[in-house]
Design a protein around this ligand. Structure first.
Ligand SMILES: [Zn+2]
Ligand SMILES: [Zn+2]
Length: 267
């Protein structure tokens, strides 16, 4: 079974394509379970996410699309939700969706993955002035740990996204830096997605790295898959490669969620 739970439509503002376009492509790509995860509306970073007023359209469009394609593919609805230490919208966190991908895109006001924003930030502040890359990795994984402990989320999105900001491995072993976060993920019952979008970026590798996936396997944390598509062409991106890699590491099952209930399937 092929699963892809991480996809953005035009509603996220920095992605293109309608739900219908995405689903047609997903069917072509032999995806069996396909989920939408547009960025949650919030007061911060408004340029890269759904407007609050379009939330209702997101739900309506999904119901229509689901009806239209019900015989061909299983469709799910979620959000990619920014974990913020202070001030997440609790009502939205409790919204009746299939799943929430928890993601850390910011360390305080420092953007982790948006290239243009990073460049603008660097002009204003020297991010490496007081911090070496190891401490950025540590700060980032501390937020992942807090996100897992919050208990709101089902899937950890792009677990080691921080590599995009630092562009280098930290001096300390990544497995030691991520240890407490992985323990918290295990305890929370969350799954970790194998996200292929890193292969489209300068880091040229999936999130999380093979090294971290080995740790995830040894802790018996469930996995799922996501192409993090921002256009129709990216749907199912490198799916076969990700599935093969997961099998090589020993994984035999992956998960998806219906109304937050975890469902385990072969892939
Ligand atoms: Zn993301
Ligand atoms: Zn995403």
């Amino acid at each position: 079974m092929r699963v892809d739970l991480h996809n953005h439509t035009y509603l996220s503002k920095h992605a293109v394509g309608t739900m219908e376009d995405y689903v047609k492509r997903a069917i072509e790509k032999k995806i069996d379970v396909f989920g939408f995860s547009d960025h949650n509306p919030m007061h911060f970073d408004k340029k890269h996410r759904m407007e609050d007023k379009y939330k209702i359209d997101y739900f309506t469009m999904f119901e229509e699309t689901k009806k239209q394609f019900s015989k061909e593919i299983k469709l799910l609805l979620g959000f990619e939700f920014d974990y913020l230490e202070n001030g997440m919208n609790e009502d939205l966190l409790k919204e009746d969706v299939d799943y929430l991908i928890g993601a850390v895109h910011f360390i305080k006001d420092l953007p982790v993955d948006n290239h243009t924003m990073i460049l603008a930030y660097k002009e204003k502040k020297d991010i490496f002035k007081n911090k070496d890359s190891t401490s950025l990795w540590t700060d980032y994984f501390d937020l992942i740990k807090k996100m897992a402990n919050s208990g709101f989320f089902n899937i950890v999105g792009h677990l080691d996204l921080i590599k995009l900001l630092t562009q280098e491995e930290p001096k300390k072993d990544i497995r030691i830096i991520a240890k407490e976060a992985l323990k918290a993920i295990k305890k929370s019952g969350m799954s970790v997605e194998i996200n292929s979008s890193g292969l489209r970026k300068s880091v040229q590798e999936i999130y999380p790295s093979k090294k971290l996936l080995e740790e995830i396997f040894s802790l018996d944390i469930p996995i799922t898959f996501g192409s993090d598509a921002h256009s129709v062409e990216e749907v199912g991106f490198k799916a076969q490669y990700c599935e093969n890699l997961a099998k090589e590491l020993g994984f035999r099952k992956c998960v998806y969620y219906e109304k937050k209930e975890k469902i385990l399937v072969d892939f």
